[in-house]
Design a protein around this ligand. Structure first.
Ligand code: TMP
Length: 253
């Protein structure tokens, strides 16, 4: 058996060469990092849950016409994706004040924002992913004005879809981070959603109790991360794959 060629290894995922040109295999690891790599741990089962949750959300986004890199699930830790050129900007959408916004602007955690706010961060580990403006992005050529428009429009569609999806299962979508890539198809190039969407990259709070069901449990040493991610998967109806009743989200009244 030949070894697969590793194309890229990140903090929580590995990309391998895919079966056909233009495809890759995205493998979810159990590693967790925070504070720009200062904190590191292996949390058994996290990769499987993130793969499952991300696959579920990307499938639904494909279904509603949001272009993504996702093709199909391969196994419990891996998915087949289209190879894209990652745009070096993380896009954060915020609905409720939390995390770095509360620290930067002194807004109390949990404050509902007057409208959804989009922020850009330059993907650069050495610099700790600094926040940047559209001016920086265009001046340094990280993305064109049209690509910025596309990323913002897609990020807001993802926000509307996910806010509704999670509201229906009793979870508040506080904020999330997404990444985009350029997909080359012949002479055409278009911006598509890439990377992952999981409790590693979102803030998800239980609507009734405000319990954190996301990676803040690791960042803030709260424990119970796997149980929280399992709760998200359970409410989405994707934890027990063999149980017919559990297919699809369960409405929480
Ligand atoms: P922040 O409040 O720390 O800026 O994070 C905003 C959102 O982005 C939150 O849902 C966590 C997510 N995020 C990542 O997925 N990766 C990162 O490296 C950072 C800093 C945040």
């Amino acid at each position: 058996m030949s070894r697969r060629r590793r194309v890229y290894e990140g903090k929580a995922k590995v990309l391998y060469e895919g079966p056909e040109p233009g495809t890759l295999i995205q493998h979810f690891k159990d590693d967790a990092t925070a504070n720009n790599n200062q904190k590191h741990a292996t949390i058994e089962g996290k990769g499987v849950l993130n793969n499952r949750i991300s696959e579920f959300i990307f499938t639904k986004l494909n279904d509603i016409g949001v272009p993504t890199h996702f093709i199909r699930s391969i196994n419990m830790r891996e998915q087949l994706i289209r190879e894209v050129e990652i745009i070096p900007c993380e896009v954060v959408v915020r609905n409720v004040a939390a995390g770095s916004l509360t620290k930067r602007l002194g807004i109390e955690e949990g404050t509902q924002l007057p409208r959804s706010i989009i922020e850009f961060y330059y993907k650069n580990d050495e610099l700790g992913d600094p926040m940047v403006s559209e001016e920086h992005i265009t001046a340094f050529g990280w993305a064109t004005p049209q690509e910025i428009d596309d990323m913002m429009a897609l990020a807001l569609r993802v926000n509307d879809f996910m806010a509704g999806l999670f509201l229906g299962i009793g979870i508040r979508l506080v904020d999330f981070k997404v990444e985009f890539g350029r997909l080359y198809e012949g002479d055409m190039v278009r911006v598509v959603l890439a990377d992952e969407i999981s409790p590693d990259s979102c803030r998800l709070w239980d609507i009734r109790t405000n319990d954190k069901l996301d990676k803040d449990r690791f960042r803030q040493d709260m424990g119970g991360l796997i149980e929280a991610y399992q709760e998200v998967a359970r409410r989405l109806g994707i934890l027990f794959e063999n149980e017919p009743k559990r297919r699809g989200p369960t409405l929480v009244k």
